[in-house]
Write a protein that binds this ligand. Structure first.
Ligand SMILES: *[C@@H]1O[C@H](CO)[C@@H](O)[C@H](O)[C@H]1NC(C)=O
Ligand SMILES: *[C@@H]1O[C@H](CO)[C@@H](O)[C@H](O)[C@H]1NC(C)=O
Ligand SMILES: *[C@@H]1O[C@H](CO)[C@@H](O)[C@H](O)[C@H]1NC(C)=O
Ligand SMILES: *[C@@H]1O[C@H](CO)[C@@H](O)[C@H](O)[C@H]1NC(C)=O
Ligand SMILES: *[C@@H]1O[C@H](CO)[C@@H](O)[C@H](O)[C@H]1NC(C)=O
Ligand SMILES: *[C@@H]1O[C@H](CO)[C@@H](O)[C@H](O)[C@H]1NC(C)=O
Length: 335
């Protein structure tokens, strides 16, 4: 019996522990993060993303869904236990709907807290590294048997001490492995996860984060980049295709042990400038695989169809014009 089990687990093992993440492309499905402020405060306007969107986008060839949540929803007490009502009855059913929409679908489990809890920075006056790691230890216990769940360690850290932040990231990585989870992990830098400042900012420090599993192929760097004039993702017009930014990043990744990064937020408005520049940006990302694993565009989910960066399809099933022109053709296997 033992040898049968050993054989069985050997046969299943490659799926879990080896191989590369395939080329990914899709959207953020926001809602559980309504409203986390950039200071890490949460005023709870949470709205679960509608599950029909996953089958909708997967039928078009999308295979990546980033699903943000507020830290305060997952552990209402800092460092305390997960709220199982929230995880089991609200968050996880959405994750499972995304995973079920295609055998090739991946999700990013994204704690959307800017490295903060109620205005204070992790290990820099706010939550301790142990409290932060406790969140991930518990989530890793839950998602450790779900290899298509990529664990996004933190959304958009900013205005913090980078060497200290890299130590916090290491705490989270260690906690996830201590829980027995072998998932791919997404490691964020500072400056709101800026792709532009990563190679000279947080990148050198995050290169030194180690994986208790050995190797670094399961540690993927997480970057964001918008295309408006101030890179804030708040304007309808795009002014760049960011090719220079991503050329610099890809060169840096290749020069530092062929590491990988993922563009987990980008986007624009329904304008001719974004039609052109977002298309070009996503084509560049797609062509930069495997250095760039892929992209998820901000944002569908519970956003209204008239939100300035909306990727939410209309009620009649029609997609946003920008999605049709710039995103859909750059999906991994557009249908
Ligand atoms: C746990 O989550 C449920 C569902 O969102 C919520 O109703 C409840 O208030 C939460 N409990 C705490 C202690 O926040
Ligand atoms: C966080 O920012 C929000 C929005 O600006 C503000 O209302 C709130 O008071 C801030 N919270 C803290 C703890 O600073
Ligand atoms: C990036 O963040 C660091 C500190 O977190 C700050 O010193 C630096 O000015 C920021 N760089 C840019 C380009 O915003
Ligand atoms: C990373 O680790 C190496 C080897 O210990 C060290 O030389 C280097 O200074 C570290 N990099 C940073 C940015 O701390
Ligand atoms: C991005 O724009 C530059 C300048 O217009 C252009 O040379 C480059 O080919 C564009 N990149 C892509 C991937 O289309
Ligand atoms: C679907 O709705 C959108 C927004 O109202 C509209 O622009 C589009 O023409 C509609 N498409 C179809 C096929 O009815």
């Amino acid at each position: 019996m033992l040898s049968v089990l050993a054989l069985l687990s050997a046969a299943l093992a490659p799926q879990l522990v080896s191989g590369q993440v395939p080329r990914l492309g899709g959207v953020n499905t926001a809602g559980f993060d309504f409203t986390v402020y950039t200071n890490g405060s949460f005023t709870n306007n949470a709205a679960a993303p509608p599950t029909w969107q996953y089958t909708h986008f997967s039928a078009e060839g999308a295979n990546l869904y980033r699903i943000p949540f507020a830290w305060q929803e997952m552990t209402p007490t800092l460092g305390g236990p997960i709220n199982e009502t929230f995880l089991y009855d609200e968050y996880n059913p959405i994750v499972q709907a995304a995973l079920a929409s295609s055998p090739d679908a991946y999700v990013i489990v994204d704690v959307h807290n800017y490295a903060r809890w109620n205005g204070e920075i992790i290990a820099q006056g706010g939550p301790t590294n142990e409290q932060y790691a406790s969140l991930w230890y518990q989530l890793a216990g839950f998602y450790g048997s779900t290899p298509r769940a990529l664990l996004g360690l933190m959304n958009e850290p900013h205005d913090l001490d980078i060497p200290t932040w890299a130590e916090s990231v290491q705490y989270a990585v260690n906690a996830i492995r201590a829980a027995g989870a072998q998932n791919y992990l997404l490691l964020p830098g500072s400056n709101y996860t800026s792709a532009a400042t990563f190679p000279t900012g947080a990148g050198p420090y995050l290169l030194n984060v180690t994986d208790p599993l050995g190797g670094t192929e399961k540690l993927i760097f997480d970057v964001h980049r918008y295309l408006d004039y101030d890179n804030s993702g708040t304007h309808a017009e795009c002014v760049t295709n960011n090719t220079e930014v991503f050329e610099t990043l890809v060169t840096w990744l290749q020069a530092n042990g062929n590491r990988q990064a993922i563009l987990s937020e980008t986007g624009g408005g329904n304008t001719a400038s974004c039609d052109e520049y977002l298309y070009q940006e996503l084509a560049y990302i797609k062509n930069s695989y495997p250095s760039m694993v892929g992209f998820s565009v901000w944002a569908a989910g519970s956003f209204a169809t008239n939100y300035i960066l909306s990727m939410t399809p209309y009620a009649n099933g029609t997609d946003q014009p920008l999605y049709n022109v710039a995103v859909r053709p750059n999906l991994p296997a557009p249908v």
